[in-house]
Design a protein around this ligand. Structure first.
Ligand SMILES: Nc1ncnc2c1ncn2[C@@H]1O[C@H](COP(=O)(O)OP(=O)(O)OP(=O)(O)O)[C@@H](O)[C@H]1O
Ligand SMILES: [Mg+2]
Length: 420
């Protein structure tokens, strides 16, 4: 592959013979213009010559406008090719040492941290047992795949209604199991550059594989809301990126241990098998061969009344709300997602927050009080509201009212008379 091959080293005026990463190609174009430097650029260059940090460094070479490579690289807003400076033979050898492998990078660890360790999940939560079983079994099965004398699907697709705890509970389970997952969202499945998302998936998969290899921890690739990025709704078109992503995922599930990030196969392209978990709302919008049984195990998640009561009870326990009261709340607002009961509790905070704002001097001084205060200044203490069944029910009704307003008041219909 061109990126890693030292023989195709970066030369300012050479014609590209092999496929180069966009950033490199761009800089060639930019630097080509400086063959006949304008006087000011030449002056710049002279000053630049004096200050050169290193003889080998091409970073300081200027283009026709006197801008150096790093400036141009940063100016291209969509340029995500952060690894380019560390590639030996491509841009600059200064930071690409020999001792950690040719592509080593001193800040690699900070830049490439795409795994999650869930420090924000504090306190105890209730995980529905059926859900737990399914996810744990899928992960374990995949790690034992070689020993098992059966075909194991690489992907687990958890689907169901919005806000039912698919993402949240999966993260809880990861934390409980000590799995350090690599998380992607559907937003990363599209890019203006064709092929980029497919490559990203393979890179993330390999990162997860490295977690297993280097840290000795279990890992897992999780893609949230996959149908939002991959699904086809009505007459939407399938983009090239969609096709590549689907193809990549199908290929991963057929060959889970052979994953390349470049164009060529290398010895090191062998990866550990990493279980993949998708969440989504409606998998029927996804390309059918991807979700066929051999590739993806499907799990429809809809919490039962008892699951909801248990989860909500654990949520409200600290507030001294009894189980019977929880049952009362859940029965008062049936057919609501888990999300609703969380929002209900946070809504009860609203009044206390208004009171607190008044206490610190009203809305006018809010910004100063919150952000411009000195370290020694203490904010007034915020006393959380006392939760009562009545307060919770009241905020439940107000949430319900908002939901109904959305359904009933369709302003778009009024504004665009030709909508239906
Ligand atoms: N086991 C649980 N314990 C406490 N709170 C939970 C639990 N499960 C879900 N919740 C609450 O419900 C909210 C919504 O859950 P989550 O984001 O996982 O839904 P989802 O099923 O992934 O929805 P979507 O399909 O819209 O992505 C969470 O932010 C959390 O507050
Ligand atoms: Mg989700």
């Amino acid at each position: 592959m061109a990126l890693c091959n030292p023989s195709t080293s970066f030369s300012l005026f050479g014609t590209p013979t092999t496929q180069q990463p966009t950033a490199t190609r761009f800089s060639r174009l930019a630097f080509c213009c400086s063959q006949k430097p304008s006087p000011s650029a030449a002056e710049d260059d002279e000053i630049g010559q004096k200050k050169r940090l290193s003889e080998q460094s091409s970073w300081e070479a200027k283009d026709s406008e006197g801008r150096d490579y790093l400036y141009r690289l940063g100016k291209e807003a969509d340029n995500m090719n952060i690894a380019v400076g560390a590639r030996s033979g491509v841009i600059d050898d200064l930071f690409a040492g020999n001792f950690l492998g040719r592509d080593s990078d001193i800040v690699f660890d900070y830049r490439q941290k795409v795994t999650r360790s869930f420090e924000y999940l504090q306190g105890d939560y209730y995980i529905a047992p059926v859900f737990m079983d399914k996810v744990v079994c899928h992960i374990v099965k995949n790690y034992l795949a070689q020993q098992l004398n059966t075909k194991v699907p690489l992907i687990l697709g958890i689907w169901g209604g919005k806000g039912q705890g698919k993402s949240f509970q999966t993260e809880l389970i990861f934390q409980a199991m000590g799995v350090e997952p690599v998380i992607m969202s559907a937003g990363e499945l599209e890019s203006e550059r064709a092929g980029e998302p497919g490559k990203l998936i393979r890179e993330r998969y390999r990162t997860a594989s490295q977690v297993v290899q280097n840290q000795g921890k279990m890992s897992c690739l999780m893609i949230n809301d996959i149908d939002a990025g991959l699904g086809r709704f009505g007459n939407t078109q399938m983009t090239v990126n969609n096709q590549i992503v689907v193809g990549t995922l199908m290929n991963l599930s057929d060959n889970p241990t052979r994953v390349s990030v470049g164009q060529d196969w290398r010895e090191s392209d062998v990866a550990n098998r990493i279980p993949i978990i998708f969440t989504g709302n409606d998998f029927s919008t996804i390309y059918a061969p991807l979700i066929r049984d051999g590739r993806m195990e499907k799990f429809y998640w809809q919490p039962k009344h008892e699951d909801i009561v248990n989860i909500v009870h654990r949520m409200y326990e600290k507030d001294g709300i009894s189980r019977d009261e929880v049952v009362n709340i859940v029965d008062t607002f049936p057919n609501q997602a888990l999300d609703f009961y969380g929002a209900l509790r946070s809504r009860t905070y609203d009044r206390s927050i208004s009171k607190w704002v008044d206490e610190i001097g009203g809305v006018q001084s809010l910004g100063d009080k919150l952000f411009k205060r000195r370290k020694s200044d203490k904010l007034p203490v915020f006393t959380p509201p006392k939760q009562t069944l009545e307060a919770l029910l009241e905020s439940g009704y107000s949430l319900l009212k908002e939901q109904q307003l959305i359904m009933e008041t369709k302003l778009s219909r009024e504004y665009m008379k030709n909508i239906d």
